[in-house]
Design a protein around this ligand. Structure first.
Ligand code: PLP
Length: 367
């Protein structure tokens, strides 16, 4: 640390030098993180000092979180669901399984997850000392084989998990079948909709994945992904919010007597920002965004196939995958574990960005 501080201008110039090294957002086709909606800047100015970890000091901000969660619960077809804003999908998944472990109380607990499960489940099982059983994909698909999932489920299974919008292929597991397995074993059914939670409800033909399905006990969905919010903002909702009480710890020196969240201090600004976006856009606005992303996904698939890059699967959500091939420089595209090219068609990947990328591919082919 320097002995003497710099001027404001000097500090900002210093920072902008670093920022300039980052990849421009419109060349990032590999991220599930949102380019935050512009309203977030004003909201941050208003809410920057607020801490949801001590809600008695910020009852207004705490009320925003409550309303936000309630509106999301309704979107996910439950009037009774409750929850809180987490730091993202990892924390939501971990907390859901933590609750399942405390509620089920079995020796040698296990969870059964699809082969597509995000690596946050591996962390979860490590932290909680739980066995992770991985159910394979259905033949020729990237959704889980639910028969195999049922075979792996036993009396020590504290939760079966489904993914609604997988990280690598953007596909949706058969949540109805997975919830049925959970019901038959009287266990939890956690749906990881970290990515799909802000997409699926807004599709022209939504696919069942939420609390409307009998047996779904918890859902993760991330505003900082398709919800357009700043990082960090995830959400965990439980159909029966009373179950959060198993995580309660006493918080003697705060304005509340107990808390069940994993983090203590939690940012009010990001949650208020996420709520602002919900209010600003309404369902109509989200439907438009999702329709645009789906349209751009189709355009990318058509364009890439015209250049000989064959799709790995036909996209279900705004995520496109292709057989591997050469890529133009200067663009960030990731690969799946099966070495398929993976494009996450977030709202910042506009039609112009898609066309610019396809031109770059055509130039690459000519060179
Ligand atoms: N679950 C799914 C399906 C994801 O795609 C991701 C991240 O991409 C996560 C969980 C983890 O979310 P986070 O990185 O916000 O912790």
């Amino acid at each position: 640390m320097d002995d003497k501080g710099l001027t404001r201008e000097e500090v900002l110039a210093h920072l902008s030098g670093f920022r300039a090294k980052d990849t421009p957002f419109n060349h990032i086709l590999s991220t599930m993180c949102a380019f935050p909606h512009e309203i977030v800047h004003d909201v941050h100015t208003m809410f920057a000092p607020t801490n949801l970890g001590d809600p008695g000091l910020y009852p207004g901000t705490a009320e925003i979180e409550k309303r936000f969660i309630q509106e999301l619960g309704e979107l996910l077809h439950s009037n009774t669901a409750g929850g809180y804003a987490t730091s993202g999908g990892t924390e939501s998944n971990l907390q859901a399984i933590r609750i399942a472990k405390k509620c089920k109380k079995v020796e040698n607990p296990n969870i059964v997850v699809p082969a597509s499960a995000h690596f946050s489940f591996e962390k979860t099982c490590d932290v909680l000392s739980i066995e992770m059983r991985v159910a394979p994909y259905s033949e020729g698909k990237y959704t889980v084989d639910t028969d195999k999932m049922a075979e792996l489920t036993d009396k020590n299974t504290i939760a079966v998990c489904a993914v609604a919008g997988t990280t690598e292929y953007g596909v949706i597991d058969d949540v109805e079948a997975i919830a049925k397995i959970a019901r038959e074993h009287d266990t939890f059914c956690h749906v990881d909709a970290a990515f799909g939670g802000f997409v699926i409800p807004f599709l022209k033909q939504p696919i069942p994945f939420d609390f409307a399905i009998n047996g779904v006990t918890s859902i993760s969905l991330d505003p900082h992904k398709m919800g357009g919010s700043s990082i960090p903002c995830g959400c965990l909702l439980l159909k029966d919010p009373e179950e959060f009480s198993v995580l309660s710890v006493e918080t003697p020196y705060l304005t509340v007597k107990s808390e069940f969240t994993l983090s203590g201090t939690r940012p009010g600004a990001d949650v208020a920002g996420a709520y602002a976006i919900l209010k600003l856009l309404g369902k109509e606005g989200f439907r438009d965004i999702v329709a645009g992303c789906m349209e751009n996904t189709r355009r990318l698939v058509d364009g890439m196939e015209a250049f000989g890059y064959h799709r790995a699967i036909t996209p279900v959500l705004n995520l496109a995958t292709f057989e591997n091939g050469d890529l133009p420089k200067g663009w960030k595209i990731s690969h799946t574990r099966n070495n398929h090219l993976r494009f996450v068609m977030m709202p910042h990947v506009t039609r112009d960005v898609v066309e610019e990328f396809l031109i770059a591919v055509s130039e690459l082919q000519r060179s």
